[in-house]
Structure formats: C-alpha cells, structure tokens
Design a protein around this ligand. Structure first.
Ligand code: GLN
Length: 309
C-alpha cells in the first residue's frame, strides 16, 4: 500500500472504537499528585505526514502535560550545540530499569545509561543550564518554535506539584553530583527540569514538533534545519532502544516505531521519511507508559502496514 492511498482518518476512527475496552485498565500517574486529577477517559491522536497532511481524532487539540517527552526536545537542543560532547556524560544503552531508578548510577559512577531516563535527562538539562542564563525560557522557546504554537507554556500548577514531590529527582541529581556529573547548582537544575516536564502540549503540536526526526532534521514549522540528517538518524535509534524505558523491547515488538512517552499519558512516534504520530491517554501501565496510547499505536501500525520493520 502506498502512503498516499492510506485512509488515515478512517483508520483513526476505527482505532478510537477499538481502544474503548482498554480504558480503566491503567492508572493515572499519582506520584505527581496533580496528574491524577486528569480524567482517565481522555483520548486524542494526531498524524502528520511529511508532505503536510494532518489527521486527528478525539482530544487531539487538548493540552496535557508533556512530562518525559520534553527529554526528547532537550536532547535535540543539546545536539544542536556544535561544540558539545554529551556522550562522555550520558550513555546510549537501554537501562532495563524504571525511568526514575537510582541503582545503575552507583556502579556506573554517576553516568546515566541514556538521555531518556530521568538521570540522563537531568544531565542534559544541566548542560543547557550551564550555557544559558535563562535555561527554562530557552527550552520553552525551542518547543514553541518546533511545534509552531506560542501557546505552549509551563503549567505552574504541575510545576509546583513536581517540585513538592521531586524527592527522587533530587536524589538522582545529588548522586550524580557526588560523581562530578552535575555542574550547575542542584536546585537550579531541578527547577529547570521540573519546568520542562510541566510544559503543556497537544497531540497535534507533538506530531508537528517531532517532524525534524521524520524529515532528516528539517522543521517546516521552524522553517529551518534543526539537526543534521545524521543526528536525526541517531536520535531515532535512541528512541527505538531507550524511549519507553524498561518496556522498550515489547513496545518495539508491538508497534515498531521509534517513540517517546511521558507520565502525562502522551506518546509520540516517528516513521522516518513518512510521518509522525502522537497519542494521549492519561492512564498508564506499570512501566509509566500510556496503556491505551500504546494500544492505539499498535493498531495504527498494524492497520496502515507502516513501521520501520
Ligand atoms: N516529571 C516526571 C519525573 O521526573 C517525568 C517522568 C516521565 O514522564 N516518565 O518523574
């Protein structure tokens, strides 16, 4: 089946029907208390093809908390700094442990396994913070540029909730600092990290913002080359191997696309040279990934016959 002949809208409508039995099987994140208040039956999905067609369904325009999906954009931002070797401070291997786990840091001497677990993302945030007087603003501006939506901003209620319950992230930052792998003052790094996770977005915005990963580094919303084609390829490889934490293998098996999830219930996925797709549904599985979202993406690649495999 060629891409042009696929009835994406019809497929999204079928998916909306077919995911209904999966609502109520997962549970909203509650370790950030305000996320537990989001109605669990929300569902949105958006597809953007690289030739500019857009399809969406359900709550695809509604704002939700970007959470760990922000780690993808901070990584893209740092890889855009030409003089920065991040790979001496962060690994490129799947962790096989929970996104907020501390265990590997001890025996790997403060070097996180990859940039998508919390420890790795804190190092990436530290890099941005050490180069910028207003790192938080810089991260927000970058996301607004890529999504083409100036309305995406930090939800202060979510940021406060994260800050008040950020004990584990504080532990990660302190442990890495003890090994010399956090360079800015810890409270600053944590504050920037909590704020980036509290950015608001929608499925439509996410599908637009990750276009550089489908278009060899080019963003039609920013109207510029954001990354080299080589960096885009590399990030897609990291997403495939590390984007869904310790569920990454079974997600690749079920869906077959590089993707990034967040505990707000969003998942964004990329089919290089073809399309991007974003889904949102707040109830999570036990790995912290959207349960209905993963199901919807599995249906999407099965019905369209499109995946990287
Ligand atoms: N803000 C969350 C945290 O730091 C992000 C985690 C996630 O989305 N997996 O714990």
């Amino acid at each position: 089946m060629s891409n042009e002949s696929i009835d994406y809208q019809g497929i999204l409508e079928e998916i909306l029907e077919e995911v209904q039995p999966f609502f109520g099987k997962g549970k909203n994140a509650d370790y950030i208390p305000v996320l537990a208040e989001v109605p669990g039956d929300k569902f949105g999905m958006a597809v953007r093809t690289i030739d500019g067609r857009e399809f969406s369904i359900g709550d695809a325009k509604e704002s939700f908390s970007i959470q760990s999906i922000s780690k993808l954009f901070t990584l893209m931002q740092v890889l855009g700094f030409s003089d920065c070797d991040i790979w001496s401070r962060v690994g490129r291997e799947p962790s096989g442990t929970a996104f907020n786990s501390l265990v590997q840091l001890e025996y790997e001497k403060g070097i996180p396994r990859n940039p998508f677990i919390n420890a790795g993302a804190l190092v990436i945030t530290d890099i941005i913070n050490s180069r910028s007087a207003d790192a938080s603003r810089r991260i927000d501006d970058y996301y607004r540029l890529l999504s083409g939506n100036p309305q995406n901003r930090v939800d202060e209620v979510v940021a406060t909730s994260e800050r008040n319950h950020g004990f584990r992230n504080a532990a990660l930052a302190n442990l890495m600092c003890s090994f010399g792998n956090i360079h800015s003052p810890i409270p600053e790094v944590l504050e920037v990290y909590f704020r980036q996770c509290a950015l608001t977005t929608s499925c439509i915005d996410l599908a637009r913002a990750v276009l550089p990963l489908a278009c060899a580094g080019y963003s039609s919303f920013a109207g510029q080359q954001i990354l080299s084609a080589r960096e885009a390829k590399r990030i897609n490889a990291l997403l495939l191997t590390c984007g869904l934490y310790d569920a990454v293998g079974s997600f690749a098996y079920r869906v077959g696309l590089p993707a990034k999830s967040g505990v707000g219930g969003g998942i964004v996925a990329v089919l290089p040279q073809h399309l991007t797709v974003a889904v949102w549904s707040p109830e999570l599985d036990r790995y912290g990934n959207s349960l209905v979202g993963a199901q919807a993406l599995e249906l999407f690649t099965t019905k369209t016959g499109l995946s990287i495999f």
